[in-house]
Design a protein around this ligand. Sequence first.
Ligand SMILES: NC(=O)c1ccc[n+]([C@@H]2O[C@H](COP(=O)([O-])OP(=O)(O)OC[C@H]3O[C@@H](n4cnc5c(N)ncnc54)[C@H](O)[C@@H]3O)[C@@H](O)[C@H]2O)c1
Length: 438
Amino acid sequence: MNISIFGLGYVGAVLIGSFARGGHNIIGVDVDAGKVNMVAAGKSPIIEKDIEELISDGVKNGKISGSTDHYNAVMKTDVSMVCVGTPSKPSGELDLSYVLRVCESIANAIKDKNSYHLIVIRSTVIPCTSEEKIIPLIEQISSKKFGQDFGLVMNPEFLREGSAVGDFFSPPLTIIGARYEKDFDIVASLYSHLPSKIIRTSLRAAEMMKYASNAFHALKITFSNEIGAICKQYGIDAGEVMEIFCMDKKLNISPAYLKPGFAFGGSCLPKDLRALVKAAQVRDLEVPLLKAISISNEMQIKNAFNLICEKNVKKIGVLGFAFKGGTDDLRESPIVALIEMLIGRGYELKLFDRHVSIARLVGANRRYIQERIPHISRLMVDSAQELIKDSELIILGNDDEELQSVMNQLDSSQYVIDLRPAGKDKFSTPANYERING
Ligand SMILES: NC(=O)c1ccc[n+]([C@@H]2O[C@H](COP(=O)([O-])OP(=O)(O)OC[C@H]3O[C@@H](n4cnc5c(N)ncnc54)[C@H](O)[C@@H]3O)[C@@H](O)[C@H]2O)c1
């Protein structure tokens, strides 16, 4: 394939060398003539393991050339990859000016092109940038139509400096955000020789994926630093703790607890987190990340409350209110906290939870229910059917075995707010259905 690569920094330099090794014809484009001249001379504009050899081989084999001429680079190629910088503005906002400027130049050339041209965004951009800024800009300047005359794909870059070439040839995943199948197919073919899985998603989800990944990586580093600092204060080998921690591939290093839903609760997480933060504080240690977890968790309850208040209803049914499905444990249930806020605001509530109903009569939690939350116990009804009758809004707190049939009985005026973790089940959602997060 003939590919023009815009931006000869860390990402662009690795791409020109690596795609040339795959047999493609590459034009490396930059506004910095010094970098372009280096590439044209077979030298790498960046210092990175194995890159020098890839670029010098590519130039020797006639697979790589350099240019400062954006127009000609687009005219001579079928695919343009955008790898220019997206630095922070002083406000923290992303500076898109380099990306938009390159896209403007590409659009000026597309205007005069008779063949289909595909633009691949590899720079990190905030969700919706492609759909709301880049595509309209290209359409406006080129007077050409997205999906008909040109394509656009978001293909986030996951390489790490220091092991960038190795990461290119063995990426964790290849993510291609595309609206049109043909655009996806072109980009997927560029990576078909690599061992990683190729995932197709929407443009905006691909943009978001990069941020979710980087935020998580930063979170992991800060988390292990705070755990390490607590270990140090207590004379514990932090390296050993984290090594053992990482051996748990079921709950720790796993998809567990990574599904967006509602606040956590129960008899362990809230109290143990509080105790850990306190243990750090008594040794004069600040652990702002660990401390912020409870604050953020409280915020989830307030967000749910606000979302419910926005609906302008009076009668609410809560289906499932133990801290998670399949249990009768109500201790520190965030759904109970939400129910108490709703009672305080004067809503008419009906509650049903199969497991709590049993516990109310016979279980170990009977005393807890009778003594600690009698005001909640009084609002319980005997079946899910009774709960949905007359409720203008139904909150799905956790799973219930009759959920699908209950959902089928709702009419289109009834709101449903789902607090359960995403991807739980694939029931056909009622008309006014909404998830708390996502
Ligand atoms: N560096 C990394 O490890 C890494 C990893 C993943 C993603 N990313 C993302 O990839 C993008 C590029 O990062 P980088 O580190 O390679 O940037 P960089 O700053 O090293 O390089 C950017 C290059 O773009 C060039 N440029 C600027 N305007 C241009 C224009 N109008 N036309 C042509 N070239 C132009 C600059 O001269 C520079 O050489 C960023 O969005 C970054 O967030 C970087």
